[in-house]
Design a protein around this ligand. Structure first.
Ligand SMILES: Nc1ncnc2c1ncn2[C@@H]1O[C@H](COP(=O)(O)OP(=O)(O)OP(=O)(O)O)[C@@H](O)[C@H]1O
Ligand SMILES: [Mg+2]
Length: 275
């Protein structure tokens, strides 16, 4: 007697299943972000940046540090698609990225708020292009306004806010689009020391406690101490043209204590790469 229907099915399906599970074990997901020999030149043909080769994996908090004019802001603009690379490829989750990456958001040093819009309107603005209804936009915006500690200021205008509060609006606006990749361009450098310190701690807390869907953060800073406080990995940029001089892990346990011997050692190491 030949095999029954069931044994035939088992015979037919088993090798396929084995193959599938073997594939699951071996196929790695693509990195979140990959830059393949990216360069940037402006219309005056001055070569500003690159070639840059960089991979950012999910879960990473990457800090970029480098002298003024080394192309840090330009690099973030290329990564988020606000400006095109002149050559090379920006690959996002395995796919070539063309134009603005709607899975990424950028927080600016200068806050870049619209003065004629309220906090709520500024924060909800990023969702307009994505086709959300007004109630949906406002509900989402309210969630992130609360998360950054601006509850009660929804109707205020930027001119009524301190610098720290304005940057909280900038942060809430970026978070409201629920970006997988959050880029921040010197977000604390326009703030006084105490306000900057509080906001740094709050950003770290939001990131480490996984209150957001964001999978990776890229932070540009001028401050070595800020880099060591926040990052898992530091990229040091050199200028003319901007390129990656060093790519180092910051392997300190969290929470990190400023001025602890290990902290100071990391700061010294990073300084030595810059100067
Ligand atoms: N739109 C533009 N057109 C022409 N040149 C530009 C443009 N944007 C930036 N640059 C030039 O590119 C270089 C890098 O600028 P970028 O703003 O990226 O540097 P940065 O590292 O962010 O500097 P900073 O630390 O001062 O913010 C600078 O020499 C700048 O003058
Ligand atoms: Mg800059």
């Amino acid at each position: 007697m030949g095999p029954t229907l069931i044994t035939t099915l088992i015979m037919m399906t088993t090798p396929v299943e084995e193959k599938a599970s073997a594939q699951e074990l071996t196929v790695e997901p693509p990195p979140l972000l990959e830059l393949r020999d990216v360069t940037k030149s402006f219309s005056n043909r001055i070569h500003i940046l690159g070639p840059i080769r960089l991979t950012v994996e999910e879960g990473e908090f990457v800090v970029i540090i480098g002298p003024s004019g080394s192309g840090k802001s330009t690099l973030l603009r290329v990564i988020t698609g606000l400006t095109d690379a002149t050559s090379g490829e920006v690959i996002y989750k395995g796919k070539r990225q063309w134009g603005v990456n709607h899975k990424a958001a950028l927080v600016f040093q200068s806050f870049a708020l619209f003065p004629w819009l309220t906090v709520m309107e500024n924060v909800a603005l990023g969702l307009e292009a994505q086709g959300f209804s007004k109630p949906e936009r406002y509900a989402r915006a309210r969630r992130y306004i609360d998360l950054v500690g601006l509850d009660g200021y929804e109707r205020a205008y930027p001119r009524e806010l301190s610098g720290g509060m304005k940057q909280r609006v900038g942060l809430a606006r970026a978070l409201t689009v629920e970006p997988e990749l959050l880029c921040m361009d010197e977000p604390f450098s326009a703030l006084d020391a105490l306000t900057a310190s509080n906001l740094r701690e709050q950003v770290l807390d939001i990131w480490l406690s996984k209150q957001i869907v964001t999978k990776a953060i890229i932070l540009v800073t001028h401050s070595v101490e800020e880099a060591v406080l926040m990052g898992d990995r530091a990229l040091v940029l050199a200028s003319k043209p901007g390129r990656i001089l060093a790519d180092r892990p910051i392997a300190l346990p969290r929470p990190r204590r400023l001025k602890s011997p290990q902290f100071e050692e990391q700061v010294d190491q990073l300084y030595s790469l810059i100067v």
